[in-house]
Design a binder for this molecule. Structure first.
Ligand SMILES: Nc1ncnc2c1ncn2[C@@H]1O[C@H](COP(=O)(O)OP(=O)(O)O)[C@@H](O)[C@H]1O
Ligand SMILES: [Mg+2]
Length: 398
């Protein structure tokens, strides 16, 4: 029986692992490389720090480009500044991918406001269910007025997931329709640029003034972001090449800061698990490979066993040949061998052909028609989109 100290042993890799955890919202001084965006959102909220009306802002950009972070950090800072100035600026954050219906989102807004109001504020009991979206909005207006809130900022994150228009509409009209005394501003965030047209129809055209697009990060920016999380690790634990390598790979693949921070965390965890003294570039490679295996596993989980045999056959062919693409007939032959080795009755050729086409459709493999030489006609070839060893490990690990 291990003693209590040794079961909870955490090693000497991390000094403050919270800094590299997904979901952690750092303070504004750890937000790097988004100065213009921070200023733009700050400018929109500026009037509200002096008791005036916040302007509505719309933010677009791919995932991991800092949209949620900038919106939350700047809003939190605006709240603090307003308080220092002697005004009441309150806010609520609603992630519409978690609260997709009008009722859920409106309830979350009321609940968020209530939580953010100071402890001695007048609060109401917000029912969990049994009332509708307009009721939750009425509770919100009441909370604002009972607590003499002058400005209210609502962040509607991933607003393209919200299934209606009423919340946004009522937020933009609450004051003019006399429902609330407070000035109300909204920060709308969407990962989809294509959502712009729909949003433009929804909101007043004057709101388009504050439209921001966040671009994917480049390697320098990612390196800077990761450098600011260095103190997540104990002194001297991160080898020199680790952050530049993580940043360079992330910039090349996606420019997503969340994934880059997560890779750094996973590399640290692997080093910790091994009982290593330092985090090396090899740990970064392993972390990325493991992430790829996990993603592939998710992609094929729930697929019938024979699909896994087919993918395994394709992986075996890829590993033992110079080429990467194989004819249906070649895959079928290899598949039969895999199935027989596992004592499974092979499916018919037609069935396997259909399953193969389905995999290409799902983006698990790639397939194309290619012309053979004269007299050969055209035929279909299939190739894996990931390294063969990733595929094998993902399938075997299930
Ligand atoms: N400019 C930045 N400075 C520091 N960390 C950042 C920055 N941008 C993103 N991050 C990190 O990446 C994570 C994901 O960013 P987030 O704002 O949630 O992206 P988005 O909302 O665009 O998908 C954040 O929680 C934060 O840890
Ligand atoms: Mg986000």
């Amino acid at each position: 029986m291990p003693d209590a100290d040794s079961i909870f042993e955490t090693g000497d890799i991390f000094a403050d692992r919270e800094l590299v955890r997904v979901g952690h919202v750092p303070e504004l001084d750890r937000v790097v490389g988004r100065d213009d965006e921070v200023k733009a959102v700050g400018g929109a909220l500026g009037p509200a720090t002096e008791g005036g009306p916040p302007e509505t802002t719309i933010i677009y950009g791919k995932t991991g480009t800092g949209k949620s972070l900038v919106a939350r950090c700047v809003t939190r800072e605006a709240h603090r500044t307003a308080t220092e100035n002697g005004y009441s600026l309150q806010y609520a954050y609603v992630d519409c991918s978690d609260y997709q219906t009008e009722t859920q989102a409106s309830r979350e807004m009321a609940r968020g406001l209530q939580t953010n109001l100071h402890e001695d504020a007048v609060t109401e009991n917000i029912p969990r269910k049994g009332i509708g979206a307009p009721d939750y909005r009425d509770i919100t207006w009441e909370l604002l007025d009972q607590n003499d809130v002058q400005s209210f900022v609502v962040i509607l994150d991933e607003i393209d997931k919200l299934d209606g228009e009423d919340l946004l509409r009522s937020l933009s009209r609450a004051r003019e329709s006399g429902k609330s005394e407070a000035f109300i501003g909204v920060i709308c965030i969407s990962n989809k640029i294509a959502y712009r047209d729909r949003l433009n129809e929804r909101v007043d055209s004057s709101l388009q003034d504050n439209e921001l697009v966040f671009d994917p990060y480049d390697a320098d920016q990612l390196r800077n972001i990761l450098d600011h999380r260095r103190d997540a690790f104990e002194d001297g634990v991160l080898e020199d090449g680790v952050i530049p390598k993580t940043a360079a790979l992330a910039a090349r693949e996606h420019g997503d800061a969340r994934k880059a921070v997560d890779t750094l965390y996973e590399a640290g965890r692997l080093a910790e698990k091994e009982g290593a003294a330092t985090v090396t570039e090899a740990h970064v490679d392993d972390a990325l490979r493991q992430a790829e295996i996990n993603r592939f596993q998710k992609l094929v989980s729930g697929q019938p066993p024979h699909v896994k045999y087919i993918l395994r056959a394709l992986a075996l062919l890829t590993e033992s040949n110079d080429q990467t693409a194989f004819r249906t007939a070649e895959v079928y032959e290899a598949y039969q061998r895999v199935a027989e080795r596992l004592d499974a009755d092979p499916l018919s050729y037609d069935r396997v052909q259909r399953l193969l086409n389905e995999q290409a459709f799902l983006g698990i493999t790639e397939s194309e028609y290619t012309g053979g030489g004269p007299g050969e006609g055209s035929y279909r070839i299939h190739r894996l989109l990931r390294d063969a060893d990733v595929v094998v490990e993902a399938i075997d690990g299930q």
